[in-house]
Design a protein around this ligand. Structure first.
Ligand code: NAD
Length: 484
């Protein structure tokens, strides 16, 4: 090991620890391809240590006797700390994921918003009184579930961890987080902020490591009471099977293949701007990327001309220089993008722009040109599966029902963008698309901390974000009292 570098530790039972077998995983900076640091390769016994600690804290008198308002105040303190440390946290996120610095800053702000949003909800988890019959007082209370196990992906590590940690703690749970092996640093930095907070320092445990080791041990641990997972469909299946064996509730957010449906009466200039942003954001490594364009045949050429012009004018290069499009996070992800685009070409896809890696002088990162592909079968892999790269596939339609069929024609159902100035059509189509969120004449709306987010079909189960997410972290108890 290089003695000039600082190696990370994980946060278990209030201590910063190495893995029990002392093994580490190198952390590579996507723009320099250099090893920056290393994280502990957490093992089954480390996970057991963390879950036992989380359970003990959850059952402790000191945790159970905290007022909801005290948890809320402490979460607000974390929001303030995140904002105070925005610049440093953004640099950490960019160095670990490759994303543009401005986007990392906005991710930190969104993370702070999750903490303050759920801070405000901590003392508003109301129950109901239910009329049963005279002489019976019936009421419900919402109780925390217990130990929330959270498996976080690498694309928006700080934001996604913040949304589930804040919601779980606001409702009185304790948390064990397993960040992705490719991007753990910002979550460890968040851990350092929480470790300094007297009220919350024992409520969080962070175990770093590989999915098939630490992740697998966490989802299969008998003392967890809930699992939240964001990531791929295949891993989501494993998570759900583990949850099924123990009958614990599970929240799954498994990505999408989200369409923009563009009608002939829409504002094409505005649609073009937003569509480009939505498929290149985070170099396309976004679950809600607007990666399919379904456009009315009469405006297709006009829109494509605008999209190509915008796409070819974006800056590509290191995220630390704040380019629009940074490097792909890992060689594994880069190879996946390349393989999917090459396969599409073999199947006859027409490359309108991009379609190959980008060479960036003075950067050793792996970059992929923003790519627009036409003449694709809606049944092909590239039309059906997440690329998780800056790739847009194009389809055209004549009738509204054809557009809806194309939009609904994948196994996913996360987000849909609808572009039209016909208000009746906008609502008609919104009702027919099978997706958890619909945006009309916009896409993404300011980060969406307040809006329930999750998928139809194989995009997942349950909703994150907004007040709705709090259902995941609580269970309902009904109490009937005989009043004599
Ligand atoms: P992944 O689903 O394997 O990884 C996500 C998280 O799950 C990581 O923390 C990982 O360590 C953990 N994990 C992996 N195997 C596990 C297991 N057996 N038990 C418990 N946890 C486990 O995703 P990936 O392989 O890094 O990426 C592959 C594809 O997944 C991407 O190309 C993309 O299409 C999709 N993806 C989607 C999202 C999203 O936001 N929905 C995020 C990341 C990846």
């Amino acid at each position: 090991m290089d003695s000039t570098k600082t190696w990370e530790k994980m946060y278990i039972n209030g201590n910063w620890l190495n893995a029990s077998n002392k093994e580490m995983i190198n952390v590579v900076n996507p723009e320099s391809q250099e090893v920056m640091t290393a994280i502990p390769r957490g093992q089954k016994q480390d996970v057991a240590h963390a879950v036992t600690a989380a359970k003990k804290v959850f059952e402790s008198e000191s945790w159970q006797s905290l007022k909801p308002s005290q948890r809320g105040r402490a979460l607000n303190e974390i929001a303030a700390k995140l904002r105070e440390n925005k610049s440093e946290l953004a640099k950490i996120e960019t160095s670990d994921t490759g994303k543009p610095l401005a986007q990392s800053e906005s991710d930190v702000e969104n993370s702070a918003r999750y903490f303050e949003y759920y801070a405000g909800m901590a003392d508003k988890m109301f129950g109901e009184t239910i009329p049963v019959e005279p002489g019976i007082l019936d009421y419900t209370i919402r109780e925390p579930i217990g130990v929330s196990a959270q498996i976080i992906p690498w694309n928006y590590p700080l934001q996604i961890a913040s949304r589930s940690i804040a919601a779980a703690i606001a409702t009185g749970n304790t948390v064990v987080v397993k960040p992705a092996e490719d991007a753990s640093l910002s979550i460890l930095a968040l851990g350092r902020l929480i470790a300094e907070n007297e009220t919350l320092k024992s409520a969080l445990q962070i175990v770093t490591g590989y999915g098939h080791e630490a992740g697998d041990a966490l989802i299969n641990h008998p003392d967890i009471d809930h699992i939240t997972f964001t990531g791929s469909y295949n891993t989501g299946v494993k998570v759900m099977m583990a949850a099924a064996k123990q009958i614990v509730p599970v929240t799954l957010e498994l990505g999408g293949k989200s369409p923009h449906i563009v009608f002939e009466d829409s504002d094409l200039d505005e649609a073009a701007q937003v569509i480009v942003r939505s498929f290149i954001q985070n170099a396309g490594q976004t679950c809600s990327a607007g990666s399919r364009l379904i456009v009315h045949h009469t405006v297709k050429e006009q829109l494509l001309t605008k999209l190509v012009k915008l796409t070819e004018s974006i800056s590509i290069g290191p995220g630390s220089d704040n380019n629009d499009l940074g490097p792909i996070i890992s060689k594994k992800q880069f190879d996946r993008i390349q393989a999917m685009v090459e396969q599409a070409k073999l199947e006859g896809a027409h490359v309108i722009t991009g379609g190959r890696p980008a060479e960036i002088i003075h950067s050793r990162g792996l970059y992929y040109l923003p790519t627009i592909l036409n003449r694709i079968s809606p049944k092909s892999e590239i039309a059906q599966e997440e690329v998780f790269g800056p790739v847009l596939t194009v389809f055209d339609f004549e009738t509204e029902s054809e557009a809806v069929d194309l939009a609904n024609g994948t196994d996913y159902g996360l987000v849909t963008g609808i572009w039209t100035n016909d208000i009746s059509r906008a609502h008609r189509v919104s009702n027919k698309v099978k997706s958890g969120q619909v945006f009309i004449n916009n896409y993404g709306a300011a980060g969406g901390v307040e809006m329930p987010f999750g998928g139809y079909k194989k995009s997942g189960i349950g909703r994150e974000k907004g007040v709705e997410a709090l259902q995941n972290y609580t269970q309902l108890k009904n109490i009937a009292v005989k009043v004599t």
